[in-house]
Design a protein around this ligand. Structure first.
Ligand SMILES: [Zn+2]
Length: 537
Protein backbone atom coordinates (compact mmCIF):
# COMPACT_ATOMS: atom_id res chain seq x y z
CA UNK A 1 0.00 0.00 0.00
CA UNK A 2 2.82 2.42 -0.86
CA UNK A 3 1.73 6.04 -0.77
CA UNK A 4 3.55 9.15 0.39
CA UNK A 5 2.91 12.87 0.34
CA UNK A 6 5.73 15.41 -0.04
CA UNK A 7 4.83 18.95 0.92
CA UNK A 8 6.60 22.29 0.70
CA UNK A 9 4.78 25.48 1.73
CA UNK A 10 1.21 24.99 0.61
CA UNK A 11 1.93 22.53 -2.19
CA UNK A 12 1.87 18.77 -1.90
CA UNK A 13 2.62 16.01 -4.39
CA UNK A 14 1.74 12.37 -3.84
CA UNK A 15 4.10 9.54 -4.79
CA UNK A 16 2.34 6.24 -5.62
CA UNK A 17 -1.05 4.92 -4.49
CA UNK A 18 -0.80 1.18 -3.99
CA UNK A 19 -3.07 -1.57 -2.78
CA UNK A 20 -2.20 -4.24 -0.26
CA UNK A 21 -3.16 -7.85 0.20
CA UNK A 22 -3.63 -8.42 3.94
CA UNK A 23 -1.63 -11.47 4.98
CA UNK A 24 -4.29 -12.87 7.24
CA UNK A 25 -7.50 -12.39 5.35
CA UNK A 26 -9.62 -10.39 7.77
CA UNK A 27 -13.07 -11.87 7.41
CA UNK A 28 -13.44 -12.13 3.70
CA UNK A 29 -11.47 -9.02 2.77
CA UNK A 30 -8.63 -9.67 0.36
CA UNK A 31 -7.64 -6.16 -0.63
CA UNK A 32 -6.78 -3.06 1.34
CA UNK A 33 -5.84 0.49 0.31
CA UNK A 34 -4.46 3.44 2.26
CA UNK A 35 -7.01 5.51 4.13
CA UNK A 36 -6.92 8.70 2.10
CA UNK A 37 -8.91 10.66 4.70
CA UNK A 38 -5.49 11.68 5.98
CA UNK A 39 -5.16 13.88 2.89
CA UNK A 40 -8.38 15.81 3.54
CA UNK A 41 -6.47 18.37 5.59
CA UNK A 42 -4.31 19.09 2.52
CA UNK A 43 -7.07 18.97 -0.10
CA UNK A 44 -6.31 22.46 -1.43
CA UNK A 45 -2.56 21.85 -1.48
CA UNK A 46 -2.52 18.69 -3.62
CA UNK A 47 -1.02 19.28 -7.07
CA UNK A 48 0.00 15.96 -8.66
CA UNK A 49 0.29 12.20 -8.31
CA UNK A 50 3.58 10.69 -9.47
CA UNK A 51 3.88 6.96 -10.13
CA UNK A 52 7.24 5.22 -9.82
CA UNK A 53 6.15 1.98 -11.52
CA UNK A 54 3.19 -0.24 -12.34
CA UNK A 55 3.16 -2.89 -9.60
CA UNK A 56 -0.17 -3.23 -7.77
CA UNK A 57 1.36 -2.20 -4.46
CA UNK A 58 2.22 1.14 -6.08
CA UNK A 59 -0.69 1.85 -8.44
CA UNK A 60 -3.51 -0.44 -7.29
CA UNK A 61 -5.36 2.27 -5.36
CA UNK A 62 -5.21 4.78 -8.21
CA UNK A 63 -8.93 4.80 -8.94
CA UNK A 64 -9.78 5.24 -5.26
CA UNK A 65 -7.48 8.20 -4.68
CA UNK A 66 -8.49 9.87 -7.96
CA UNK A 67 -12.16 9.53 -7.03
CA UNK A 68 -11.45 11.63 -3.96
CA UNK A 69 -8.82 13.96 -5.45
CA UNK A 70 -8.76 14.32 -9.20
CA UNK A 71 -5.04 15.03 -9.61
CA UNK A 72 -2.99 14.97 -12.80
CA UNK A 73 -0.99 11.71 -12.89
CA UNK A 74 2.61 11.38 -14.10
CA UNK A 75 4.15 8.04 -14.98
CA UNK A 76 6.02 6.05 -17.63
CA UNK A 77 4.29 4.81 -20.76
CA UNK A 78 4.08 1.24 -19.48
CA UNK A 79 2.98 2.25 -15.98
CA UNK A 80 0.20 4.40 -17.39
CA UNK A 81 -0.88 1.67 -19.80
CA UNK A 82 -1.43 -0.61 -16.80
CA UNK A 83 -3.12 2.25 -14.94
CA UNK A 84 -5.41 2.93 -17.90
CA UNK A 85 -6.74 -0.63 -17.90
CA UNK A 86 -7.53 -0.25 -14.24
CA UNK A 87 -9.22 3.15 -14.65
CA UNK A 88 -11.23 1.73 -17.54
CA UNK A 89 -12.71 -0.89 -15.20
CA UNK A 90 -13.90 1.97 -13.01
CA UNK A 91 -15.12 3.98 -16.05
CA UNK A 92 -12.88 6.85 -14.99
CA UNK A 93 -10.58 7.06 -17.97
CA UNK A 94 -12.27 10.11 -19.51
CA UNK A 95 -12.08 12.14 -16.32
CA UNK A 96 -8.40 11.70 -15.52
CA UNK A 97 -5.40 13.59 -16.84
CA UNK A 98 -2.47 11.22 -17.52
CA UNK A 99 0.97 12.62 -18.40
CA UNK A 100 3.43 10.22 -19.99
CA UNK A 101 7.03 10.90 -19.05
CA UNK A 102 10.34 9.29 -20.01
CA UNK A 103 13.59 8.73 -18.17
CA UNK A 104 15.57 11.99 -17.82
CA UNK A 105 12.48 14.16 -18.23
CA UNK A 106 12.25 16.92 -15.68
CA UNK A 107 8.85 18.44 -14.99
CA UNK A 108 7.96 21.46 -12.93
CA UNK A 109 5.02 21.23 -10.60
CA UNK A 110 4.78 24.48 -8.64
CA UNK A 111 7.70 24.62 -6.25
CA UNK A 112 8.79 21.10 -7.14
CA UNK A 113 10.95 19.96 -10.01
CA UNK A 114 10.63 16.22 -10.53
CA UNK A 115 13.33 14.34 -12.44
CA UNK A 116 12.71 10.78 -13.60
CA UNK A 117 15.69 8.42 -13.24
CA UNK A 118 15.63 5.09 -15.08
CA UNK A 119 15.50 2.29 -12.46
CA UNK A 120 15.95 -1.46 -12.90
CA UNK A 121 13.44 -3.75 -11.17
CA UNK A 122 11.51 -6.95 -11.91
CA UNK A 123 9.07 -4.81 -13.87
CA UNK A 124 10.04 -2.57 -16.80
CA UNK A 125 9.86 1.19 -17.42
CA UNK A 126 10.37 2.03 -13.73
CA UNK A 127 11.64 5.25 -12.16
CA UNK A 128 13.47 6.54 -9.19
CA UNK A 129 12.47 10.17 -8.60
CA UNK A 130 14.68 13.20 -7.98
CA UNK A 131 12.38 15.74 -6.37
CA UNK A 132 14.02 19.16 -6.22
CA UNK A 133 12.54 21.47 -3.60
CA UNK A 134 13.60 24.96 -2.48
CA UNK A 135 15.39 23.42 0.52
CA UNK A 136 17.11 20.56 -1.29
CA UNK A 137 16.70 17.46 -3.42
CA UNK A 138 14.87 14.36 -2.29
CA UNK A 139 15.63 11.08 -4.05
CA UNK A 140 12.81 8.52 -3.88
CA UNK A 141 14.16 5.22 -5.20
CA UNK A 142 10.81 3.54 -5.85
CA UNK A 143 11.36 -0.22 -6.05
CA UNK A 144 14.77 -0.96 -7.52
CA UNK A 145 17.71 -3.27 -7.84
CA UNK A 146 21.06 -2.40 -9.36
CA UNK A 147 20.86 -4.67 -12.39
CA UNK A 148 23.84 -4.29 -14.72
CA UNK A 149 22.39 -6.68 -17.31
CA UNK A 150 18.60 -6.55 -17.35
CA UNK A 151 16.85 -8.58 -20.05
CA UNK A 152 14.83 -5.57 -21.24
CA UNK A 153 16.04 -1.98 -21.16
CA UNK A 154 19.13 -0.37 -19.72
CA UNK A 155 20.91 -0.90 -16.39
CA UNK A 156 20.03 1.33 -13.43
CA UNK A 157 21.03 4.89 -14.38
CA UNK A 158 23.69 5.46 -11.74
CA UNK A 159 25.26 8.32 -13.75
CA UNK A 160 22.22 10.55 -13.46
CA UNK A 161 21.89 9.65 -9.80
CA UNK A 162 25.56 10.52 -9.26
CA UNK A 163 24.92 13.91 -10.87
CA UNK A 164 22.30 14.66 -8.24
CA UNK A 165 24.71 13.36 -5.58
CA UNK A 166 27.39 15.79 -6.82
CA UNK A 167 24.99 18.71 -6.56
CA UNK A 168 23.84 17.59 -3.11
CA UNK A 169 20.99 15.38 -1.96
CA UNK A 170 19.06 16.35 1.15
CA UNK A 171 17.30 13.04 1.70
CA UNK A 172 17.28 9.58 0.17
CA UNK A 173 14.04 7.64 0.62
CA UNK A 174 15.12 4.10 -0.23
CA UNK A 175 13.54 0.67 -0.82
CA UNK A 176 14.16 -1.67 2.14
CA UNK A 177 12.32 -4.79 0.96
CA UNK A 178 15.54 -6.85 0.69
CA UNK A 179 17.62 -5.00 3.28
CA UNK A 180 18.03 -8.26 5.22
CA UNK A 181 19.55 -10.07 2.23
CA UNK A 182 23.38 -10.10 1.95
CA UNK A 183 25.30 -9.48 -1.27
CA UNK A 184 24.03 -8.21 -4.60
CA UNK A 185 20.64 -9.11 -6.06
CA UNK A 186 21.29 -11.32 -9.10
CA UNK A 187 20.50 -9.85 -12.51
CA UNK A 188 17.23 -10.72 -14.23
CA UNK A 189 19.42 -12.75 -16.63
CA UNK A 190 20.58 -15.04 -13.81
CA UNK A 191 17.67 -17.43 -14.31
CA UNK A 192 18.54 -18.18 -17.93
CA UNK A 193 20.91 -21.17 -17.28
CA UNK A 194 18.35 -23.01 -15.12
CA UNK A 195 15.59 -22.36 -17.64
CA UNK A 196 17.85 -23.50 -20.48
CA UNK A 197 18.39 -26.80 -18.66
CA UNK A 198 14.66 -27.15 -18.09
CA UNK A 199 13.89 -26.56 -21.77
CA UNK A 200 16.62 -29.05 -22.70
CA UNK A 201 15.50 -31.87 -20.43
CA UNK A 202 11.71 -31.51 -20.63
CA UNK A 203 10.11 -33.88 -23.08
CA UNK A 204 6.45 -33.40 -22.17
CA UNK A 205 4.36 -30.32 -21.76
CA UNK A 206 5.99 -27.39 -19.98
CA UNK A 207 4.09 -24.93 -17.78
CA UNK A 208 5.82 -21.85 -16.37
CA UNK A 209 3.98 -19.96 -13.64
CA UNK A 210 5.28 -16.51 -12.79
CA UNK A 211 4.01 -13.06 -11.85
CA UNK A 212 2.28 -11.51 -14.83
CA UNK A 213 4.29 -8.35 -14.11
CA UNK A 214 7.69 -10.08 -14.32
CA UNK A 215 8.23 -8.79 -17.84
CA UNK A 216 11.93 -9.70 -18.05
CA UNK A 217 11.04 -13.28 -17.10
CA UNK A 218 8.34 -13.47 -19.77
CA UNK A 219 10.84 -12.33 -22.40
CA UNK A 220 13.27 -15.07 -21.32
CA UNK A 221 10.55 -17.71 -21.72
CA UNK A 222 9.55 -16.40 -25.15
CA UNK A 223 13.20 -16.45 -26.28
CA UNK A 224 14.00 -19.93 -24.98
CA UNK A 225 10.73 -21.36 -26.27
CA UNK A 226 11.57 -20.05 -29.72
CA UNK A 227 15.10 -21.44 -29.48
CA UNK A 228 13.89 -24.89 -28.37
CA UNK A 229 11.09 -25.13 -30.91
CA UNK A 230 8.15 -24.58 -28.62
CA UNK A 231 5.22 -22.25 -29.24
CA UNK A 232 4.03 -20.16 -26.30
CA UNK A 233 0.45 -20.19 -25.09
CA UNK A 234 -0.39 -17.51 -22.52
CA UNK A 235 -3.16 -18.38 -20.03
CA UNK A 236 -4.68 -16.21 -17.32
CA UNK A 237 -6.28 -12.82 -17.80
CA UNK A 238 -3.64 -10.62 -16.16
CA UNK A 239 -0.83 -12.45 -17.97
CA UNK A 240 -2.52 -12.02 -21.36
CA UNK A 241 -3.18 -8.35 -20.65
CA UNK A 242 0.40 -7.58 -19.60
CA UNK A 243 1.94 -9.47 -22.51
CA UNK A 244 -0.34 -7.56 -24.87
CA UNK A 245 0.63 -4.15 -23.45
CA UNK A 246 4.33 -4.97 -23.26
CA UNK A 247 4.33 -6.22 -26.84
CA UNK A 248 2.37 -3.20 -28.09
CA UNK A 249 4.96 -0.92 -26.55
CA UNK A 250 7.85 -2.88 -28.01
CA UNK A 251 9.12 -3.91 -24.57
CA UNK A 252 8.61 -7.64 -25.11
CA UNK A 253 9.66 -9.11 -28.42
CA UNK A 254 7.73 -12.16 -29.47
CA UNK A 255 9.04 -14.05 -32.50
CA UNK A 256 6.66 -14.19 -35.47
CA UNK A 257 4.06 -16.93 -34.93
CA UNK A 258 5.49 -17.90 -31.54
CA UNK A 259 2.42 -16.98 -29.52
CA UNK A 260 -0.59 -19.19 -30.12
CA UNK A 261 -4.09 -19.72 -28.74
CA UNK A 262 -5.09 -22.60 -26.47
CA UNK A 263 -7.01 -24.22 -29.32
CA UNK A 264 -3.89 -24.24 -31.52
CA UNK A 265 -1.73 -25.40 -28.64
CA UNK A 266 -3.86 -28.49 -28.08
CA UNK A 267 -3.34 -29.56 -31.65
CA UNK A 268 0.45 -29.64 -31.17
CA UNK A 269 2.62 -32.38 -29.66
CA UNK A 270 3.47 -32.12 -25.96
CA UNK A 271 7.05 -31.02 -26.61
CA UNK A 272 6.00 -28.28 -29.02
CA UNK A 273 4.30 -25.99 -26.49
CA UNK A 274 5.20 -23.96 -23.45
CA UNK A 275 2.36 -22.55 -21.36
CA UNK A 276 2.91 -19.26 -19.53
CA UNK A 277 0.38 -19.17 -16.72
CA UNK A 278 -0.78 -17.12 -13.74
CA UNK A 279 -1.14 -18.57 -10.26
CA UNK A 280 2.38 -18.93 -8.84
CA UNK A 281 1.03 -17.96 -5.41
CA UNK A 282 -1.60 -20.69 -5.36
CA UNK A 283 -4.37 -18.15 -5.94
CA UNK A 284 -7.63 -20.05 -6.12
CA UNK A 285 -8.95 -18.22 -9.16
CA UNK A 286 -5.78 -18.26 -11.25
CA UNK A 287 -5.10 -20.47 -14.26
CA UNK A 288 -2.64 -22.88 -12.62
CA UNK A 289 -4.88 -23.66 -9.64
CA UNK A 290 -7.82 -24.26 -11.94
CA UNK A 291 -5.77 -26.52 -14.22
CA UNK A 292 -4.59 -28.47 -11.16
CA UNK A 293 -8.14 -28.97 -9.90
CA UNK A 294 -9.97 -29.61 -13.20
CA UNK A 295 -11.84 -26.32 -13.14
CA UNK A 296 -10.10 -24.69 -16.11
CA UNK A 297 -12.05 -24.93 -19.32
CA UNK A 298 -10.19 -26.95 -21.90
CA UNK A 299 -6.92 -27.57 -20.07
CA UNK A 300 -5.71 -29.57 -17.08
CA UNK A 301 -2.43 -30.68 -15.62
CA UNK A 302 -1.62 -34.30 -16.41
CA UNK A 303 0.90 -37.02 -15.71
CA UNK A 304 4.25 -36.19 -17.26
CA UNK A 305 3.76 -32.42 -17.27
CA UNK A 306 6.53 -30.20 -15.91
CA UNK A 307 5.44 -27.18 -13.87
CA UNK A 308 7.97 -24.45 -13.01
CA UNK A 309 7.05 -22.10 -10.17
CA UNK A 310 9.17 -19.12 -11.16
CA UNK A 311 8.36 -16.79 -8.28
CA UNK A 312 9.09 -16.26 -4.65
CA UNK A 313 6.57 -17.19 -2.01
CA UNK A 314 4.94 -13.99 -0.84
CA UNK A 315 4.55 -14.24 2.95
CA UNK A 316 1.02 -15.29 3.77
CA UNK A 317 0.67 -17.48 0.67
CA UNK A 318 2.63 -20.50 2.01
CA UNK A 319 -0.48 -22.58 2.68
CA UNK A 320 -2.09 -21.92 -0.68
CA UNK A 321 1.12 -22.73 -2.53
CA UNK A 322 1.58 -25.89 -0.51
CA UNK A 323 -1.94 -26.99 -1.39
CA UNK A 324 -1.36 -26.15 -5.05
CA UNK A 325 1.80 -28.26 -5.10
CA UNK A 326 -0.14 -31.11 -3.47
CA UNK A 327 -2.72 -31.00 -6.26
CA UNK A 328 0.00 -30.93 -8.91
CA UNK A 329 1.78 -33.96 -7.39
CA UNK A 330 -1.53 -35.85 -7.21
CA UNK A 331 -1.90 -35.35 -10.95
CA UNK A 332 1.57 -36.75 -11.57
CA UNK A 333 3.30 -33.52 -12.56
CA UNK A 334 7.00 -32.80 -12.06
CA UNK A 335 7.44 -29.57 -10.10
CA UNK A 336 10.42 -27.23 -10.19
CA UNK A 337 10.58 -24.63 -7.44
CA UNK A 338 12.81 -21.72 -6.57
CA UNK A 339 14.29 -23.69 -3.69
CA UNK A 340 15.78 -26.32 -5.97
CA UNK A 341 16.81 -24.40 -9.10
CA UNK A 342 17.58 -20.74 -9.78
CA UNK A 343 14.29 -20.03 -11.55
CA UNK A 344 13.55 -16.78 -9.73
CA UNK A 345 15.47 -13.66 -8.72
CA UNK A 346 14.23 -10.78 -6.63
CA UNK A 347 13.45 -7.33 -8.02
CA UNK A 348 14.67 -5.52 -4.93
CA UNK A 349 18.04 -4.20 -3.80
CA UNK A 350 20.04 -6.45 -1.48
CA UNK A 351 22.56 -5.04 1.00
CA UNK A 352 25.35 -4.39 -1.48
CA UNK A 353 22.95 -2.75 -3.94
CA UNK A 354 21.86 -0.53 -1.04
CA UNK A 355 25.48 0.37 -0.43
CA UNK A 356 25.90 1.39 -4.07
CA UNK A 357 22.72 3.47 -3.86
CA UNK A 358 23.78 5.36 -0.73
CA UNK A 359 27.35 5.90 -1.93
CA UNK A 360 26.13 7.23 -5.28
CA UNK A 361 23.41 9.56 -3.96
CA UNK A 362 25.38 10.55 -0.81
CA UNK A 363 22.34 12.02 0.94
CA UNK A 364 22.47 14.19 4.05
CA UNK A 365 19.69 12.02 5.49
CA UNK A 366 18.80 8.42 4.71
CA UNK A 367 15.18 7.45 5.25
CA UNK A 368 14.47 3.73 4.69
CA UNK A 369 11.01 3.11 3.18
CA UNK A 370 9.08 0.15 1.63
CA UNK A 371 8.91 -2.90 3.85
CA UNK A 372 8.15 -3.86 7.40
CA UNK A 373 9.80 -2.11 10.34
CA UNK A 374 12.20 -5.04 10.71
CA UNK A 375 13.52 -4.37 7.20
CA UNK A 376 13.75 -0.60 7.72
CA UNK A 377 15.73 -1.27 10.89
CA UNK A 378 18.12 -3.65 9.16
CA UNK A 379 18.53 -1.13 6.33
CA UNK A 380 19.66 1.40 8.91
CA UNK A 381 22.00 -1.04 10.69
CA UNK A 382 23.59 -2.18 7.45
CA UNK A 383 24.31 1.35 6.22
CA UNK A 384 25.60 2.44 9.65
CA UNK A 385 28.08 -0.43 9.65
CA UNK A 386 29.12 -0.42 6.00
CA UNK A 387 28.95 3.12 4.61
CA UNK A 388 31.21 5.82 6.05
CA UNK A 389 29.52 8.91 7.43
CA UNK A 390 26.19 7.40 8.46
CA UNK A 391 25.00 7.04 12.03
CA UNK A 392 21.87 7.32 14.16
CA UNK A 393 22.03 11.07 13.58
CA UNK A 394 21.39 11.00 9.87
CA UNK A 395 19.34 7.82 9.32
CA UNK A 396 15.73 8.34 10.31
CA UNK A 397 13.29 5.47 10.79
CA UNK A 398 9.67 6.32 10.05
CA UNK A 399 6.45 4.32 10.28
CA UNK A 400 3.13 4.47 8.48
CA UNK A 401 1.31 7.62 9.51
CA UNK A 402 4.44 9.53 10.57
CA UNK A 403 4.95 13.11 9.53
CA UNK A 404 8.62 13.78 8.91
CA UNK A 405 9.88 17.34 8.83
CA UNK A 406 13.06 18.21 6.93
CA UNK A 407 14.72 21.63 7.04
CA UNK A 408 18.15 23.21 7.30
CA UNK A 409 18.37 22.14 10.94
CA UNK A 410 17.60 18.48 10.60
CA UNK A 411 15.10 15.69 10.02
CA UNK A 412 12.62 14.65 12.69
CA UNK A 413 9.22 13.01 13.09
CA UNK A 414 6.88 15.76 14.30
CA UNK A 415 3.52 13.98 14.25
CA UNK A 416 2.26 10.41 14.39
CA UNK A 417 -1.10 9.43 12.96
CA UNK A 418 -2.85 6.17 13.67
CA UNK A 419 -4.02 5.13 10.22
CA UNK A 420 -6.60 2.44 9.56
CA UNK A 421 -6.48 0.50 6.33
CA UNK A 422 -9.45 0.87 4.06
CA UNK A 423 -10.78 -2.53 3.00
CA UNK A 424 -12.02 -3.28 -0.50
CA UNK A 425 -14.62 -5.83 -1.49
CA UNK A 426 -13.14 -7.91 -4.29
CA UNK A 427 -16.47 -8.54 -6.02
CA UNK A 428 -17.83 -5.00 -6.22
CA UNK A 429 -14.42 -3.28 -5.86
CA UNK A 430 -16.22 -0.89 -3.50
CA UNK A 431 -14.97 0.24 -0.10
CA UNK A 432 -16.07 -1.73 2.93
CA UNK A 433 -16.63 0.39 6.02
CA UNK A 434 -14.32 -0.35 8.90
CA UNK A 435 -17.43 -1.04 11.01
CA UNK A 436 -18.48 -3.83 8.65
CA UNK A 437 -15.18 -5.61 9.11
CA UNK A 438 -15.48 -5.14 12.88
CA UNK A 439 -19.00 -6.62 12.75
CA UNK A 440 -17.72 -9.62 10.78
CA UNK A 441 -15.01 -10.12 13.36
CA UNK A 442 -17.62 -10.16 16.13
CA UNK A 443 -19.69 -12.67 14.16
CA UNK A 444 -16.64 -14.85 13.61
CA UNK A 445 -15.74 -14.94 17.29
CA UNK A 446 -19.18 -14.96 18.92
CA UNK A 447 -21.72 -16.16 16.36
CA UNK A 448 -25.19 -14.66 16.17
CA UNK A 449 -28.48 -14.90 18.01
CA UNK A 450 -31.58 -13.61 16.36
CA UNK A 451 -34.76 -12.69 18.20
CA UNK A 452 -38.06 -12.08 16.44
CA UNK A 453 -40.99 -10.63 18.43
CA UNK A 454 -44.47 -10.17 16.98
CA UNK A 455 -46.55 -7.27 18.25
CA UNK A 456 -50.22 -6.55 17.73
CA UNK A 457 -50.39 -3.21 15.94
CA UNK A 458 -53.49 -2.00 17.77
CA UNK A 459 -53.03 -3.24 21.31
CA UNK A 460 -49.19 -3.11 21.47
CA UNK A 461 -49.35 -6.52 23.08
CA UNK A 462 -47.05 -9.39 22.24
CA UNK A 463 -48.61 -11.77 19.74
CA UNK A 464 -47.49 -15.37 20.06
CA UNK A 465 -44.15 -16.53 21.47
CA UNK A 466 -40.84 -14.76 20.70
CA UNK A 467 -38.70 -16.76 18.28
CA UNK A 468 -35.05 -17.28 19.02
CA UNK A 469 -32.50 -18.86 16.69
CA UNK A 470 -28.72 -18.95 16.87
CA UNK A 471 -25.81 -19.66 14.56
CA UNK A 472 -22.27 -20.48 15.55
CA UNK A 473 -22.63 -19.65 19.24
CA UNK A 474 -20.25 -21.73 21.36
CA UNK A 475 -21.85 -23.56 24.29
CA UNK A 476 -25.29 -23.66 22.72
CA UNK A 477 -26.96 -26.34 20.72
CA UNK A 478 -30.57 -26.61 19.72
CA UNK A 479 -31.27 -29.47 22.13
CA UNK A 480 -30.04 -28.08 25.44
CA UNK A 481 -33.12 -26.03 26.19
CA UNK A 482 -31.47 -22.64 25.88
CA UNK A 483 -33.94 -21.36 23.32
CA UNK A 484 -36.94 -22.25 25.50
CA UNK A 485 -35.43 -20.61 28.58
CA UNK A 486 -34.49 -17.51 26.63
CA UNK A 487 -37.99 -17.33 25.18
CA UNK A 488 -39.42 -17.43 28.67
CA UNK A 489 -37.04 -14.76 29.97
CA UNK A 490 -37.88 -12.43 27.08
CA UNK A 491 -41.63 -13.00 27.49
CA UNK A 492 -41.33 -12.10 31.16
CA UNK A 493 -39.31 -8.99 30.38
CA UNK A 494 -41.91 -7.85 27.86
CA UNK A 495 -44.71 -8.46 30.36
CA UNK A 496 -43.04 -6.00 32.72
CA UNK A 497 -42.63 -3.25 30.10
CA UNK A 498 -44.99 -0.31 29.89
CA UNK A 499 -47.10 0.15 26.75
CA UNK A 500 -45.15 3.31 25.88
CA UNK A 501 -41.88 1.37 25.91
CA UNK A 502 -43.34 -1.08 23.42
CA UNK A 503 -45.02 1.50 21.21
CA UNK A 504 -41.68 3.16 20.39
CA UNK A 505 -40.07 0.53 18.22
CA UNK A 506 -36.50 1.80 18.57
CA UNK A 507 -36.72 1.82 22.35
CA UNK A 508 -38.43 -1.57 22.35
CA UNK A 509 -35.80 -3.13 20.11
CA UNK A 510 -32.92 -1.85 22.18
CA UNK A 511 -34.61 -3.02 25.39
CA UNK A 512 -35.07 -6.50 23.95
CA UNK A 513 -31.45 -6.59 22.88
CA UNK A 514 -30.23 -5.62 26.34
CA UNK A 515 -32.44 -8.20 28.07
CA UNK A 516 -31.34 -10.98 25.77
CA UNK A 517 -27.70 -9.96 26.09
CA UNK A 518 -27.89 -10.11 29.90
CA UNK A 519 -29.56 -13.50 29.76
CA UNK A 520 -27.00 -14.86 27.30
CA UNK A 521 -24.05 -13.62 29.33
CA UNK A 522 -25.37 -15.33 32.46
CA UNK A 523 -25.57 -18.65 30.59
CA UNK A 524 -22.45 -18.66 28.44
CA UNK A 525 -19.10 -16.89 28.16
CA UNK A 526 -19.15 -15.82 24.52
CA UNK A 527 -20.50 -12.54 23.20
CA UNK A 528 -22.63 -13.25 20.16
CA UNK A 529 -23.99 -10.54 17.90
CA UNK A 530 -27.66 -10.07 18.83
CA UNK A 531 -30.11 -9.18 16.10
CA UNK A 532 -33.63 -8.19 17.16
CA UNK A 533 -36.52 -7.88 14.76
CA UNK A 534 -40.02 -6.61 15.54
CA UNK A 535 -42.87 -7.70 13.34
CA UNK A 536 -46.17 -5.86 13.61
CA UNK A 537 -49.21 -7.97 12.90
ZN1 LIG B 1 7.68 -3.15 -7.56
Amino acid sequence: MNCMGIRYGDEMIIVDAGMGFPEETPYGVDISIPNFDFLEEYRDDLTALILTHGHEDHVGALAYILKKYNLPVYGSRFTLALAEKRLEEFRMLDDVLLHRVQANDIIEIGNFKVGFIHASHSLVDCFSLAIETPIGTIIHTGDYKIDDTPVIGKPYDLDTLRGYGDRGVLALLADSTNATVPGRTPSEQAVIPAFREIFEETTGRLFVATFSSSIHRLQIIFDLAHEYGRKVCVLGRSMQKNVEIAEEQGLIKVGHGTMISMGDARALDDDEVCYLVTGSQGENRAALWNMATSTYKGMEIDKGDTVVLSARIIPGNEKNISRLIGHLYKRGANIIEEKRRLVHVSGHASQEDIKIMVETARPKYLIPIHGEYRMLFRHKEYVKNHVAGYSDDNIVLIENGDLLELDEFGARVVEKHDLHKTFIDEESMGEIEYDVVRERKKLAYGGAISLVVMIDKKTHQIAGEPQITFQGVAGLDSTNGFAAEAREAISEAIAEMKVAQIADKTVFKENLRIHLKRFVQKEIQSKPVIVTTIVEV
